[in-house]
Ligand binder design. Structure first.
Ligand SMILES: [Fe+2]
Length: 250
């Protein structure tokens, strides 16, 4: 295998979020209130685990400089202090509030089997069950190296939330920082670019035997399959095109 990390990037690109009907429906401006609410509710348990997953990887990285990159990533994620915003998860809750969810809805979100399977995978590969490079490939790189979520018409999650669904600024702020700026800006935030670069460097440095590479590729293939089953579950249980399309304030 000549360039193992390029192979991981290729796999991620081939099954990027926009290949799922869920994201196509949302980006197409066709989402209903029930779909957007359930999108937040079902994504919430996975996102709630994110920082603990990345800390699990960080705890096993010997190299100080590379470890600091992950610590900075998580510090920003948990506090928003580096970008002068807030805790990233809170901005996702603000998105939920803009589509009609309450704080108590998010306290006890449903955990469907498809969601539990993603969480179990992420915990296993990041928090101790396997070599940490499986977590770097199938959780960190998968998320931070995600190609822009952009529809055929060049619309991003940010522009659709703002211009089509009509969310107020607080409701779309999450998308300013996450794979979602406009196409002219490459549609991925600078932070995510830096985080993906750290993931690639970790893989070059530590995923250095044929067996580790094979395991990392298998972990990523599994993660891709599980996340698409999770996306499909959200669409099939929460979307009926006969229901009215969501428009903020209507
Ligand atoms: Fe984030």
């Amino acid at each position: 295998m000549t360039d193992f990390v390029a192979e991981l990037d290729r796999m991620i690109g081939e099954r990027k979020k926009m290949t799922s009907e869920l994201y196509q429906t949302i980006l197409g401006g066709k989402a209903t209130e029930r779909l957007l609410q359930n999108f937040v509710l079902h994504r919430w348990p996975i996102k709630s685990f994110w920082t603990r997953n990345i800390l699990g990887i960080a705890s096993r990285i010997e190299d100080y400089r590379l470890r600091v990159l992950l610590v900075e990533n998580i510090y920003e994620e948990e506090t928003g202090a580096l970008s002068n915003s807030g805790r990233h998860l809170d901005t996702f809750a603000d998105f939920g509030a803009a589509v009609g969810l309450t704080a108590s809805d998010l306290e006890n979100p449903p955990v469907a089997p498809e969601t539990a399977a993603v969480i179990e995978h992420n915990v296993r590969v990041c928090n101790g069950g396997t070599h940490f490079t499986e977590g770097v490939a199938s959780v960190l790189l998968l998320m931070e190296g995600q190609p822009p979520i952009v529809g055929g018409d060049g619309k991003s999650m940010l522009s659709v939330m703002r211009d089509v669904y009509g969310l107020p600024e607080k409701g779309y702020e999450f998308f300013v920082h996450h794979a979602s700026a406009d196409e002219g800006e490459d549609a991925v935030s600078e932070l995510e670019d830096e985080h993906a670069a750290a993931a690639r460097e970790l893989l070059h440095r530590y995923c250095d035997t044929p067996q580790l590479k094979e395991n990392a590729i298998a972990a990523l293939a599994n993660a891709l399959e599980l996340r698409h089953r999770h996306f499909d579950m959200i669409l099939s249980t929460s979307y009926d095109p006969a229901e009215p399309i969501f428009r903020y304030g209507q």
